[in-house]
Every structure is written in C-alpha cells, then in structure tokens.
Design a protein around this ligand. Sequence first.
Ligand code: ZN
Length: 113
Amino acid sequence: MHELSVTQSILSIALEKANEAHASKVSKINLVVGELSGIVDECVQFYFDFLSKDTIAAEAALFFQESPTQLRCRNCTTIFAPRNGNWACPNCHEPKIEIISGRQLYVESIEVE
Ligand SMILES: [Zn+2]
C-alpha cells in the first residue's frame, strides 16, 4: 500500500512538470530511491502502469537509481556508510547515529517529448 501513494505522487509530479513544459508525452522518469526506503521497484512499476493509463505518461519508462545509506555519528559528527550491517561509528565506535540519507524517494528528472 505504501507504494501506491508513492506512485501517485510520482505520477502527479511527472504530469505537472510535463504540463509546465507543454509536453505531449512523458517518455522517461528518473527516480532516486533510498536503500532504506523499503520501496520495491516492481511494485512502483506495477502501480504506475495502472495509474498512468489515459495520461500522457502512459508510456513512460521508469528508471530507479538506488541511493546509498549515509549515517552521521552524534558523538563526533563523522559521516559514514554502514558496512556489513555495522552501524557503529568507524571513528569513535559510538553507536549513537542518525540517518542523514537513505530513506528518501524522489523524482530526479523527467524526459518529455
Ligand atoms: Zn563517532
């Protein structure tokens, strides 16, 4: 169900941008999906095919680019990526971290005709 609402917003953003550009067709939508977002590409594609019917984005190809997880240590402010599932700071080894990247999903760009 999560993917349905996400896909609805992707489609509305794409249609809005296409409208602004006076495009007659959306050919490609580039998406950035965070590793931790829990979004399943196939689900988004499935809902997109369903929702985009009868819109100018009906034939748009979706491209998913995964964005890696980035963490910041609350103790020493080191920014790092988790390795082998280890989320402790590589500098001071404190497990006090915050997620600064990896949960997001956004439309990076669209291509129109
Ligand atoms: Zn640290």
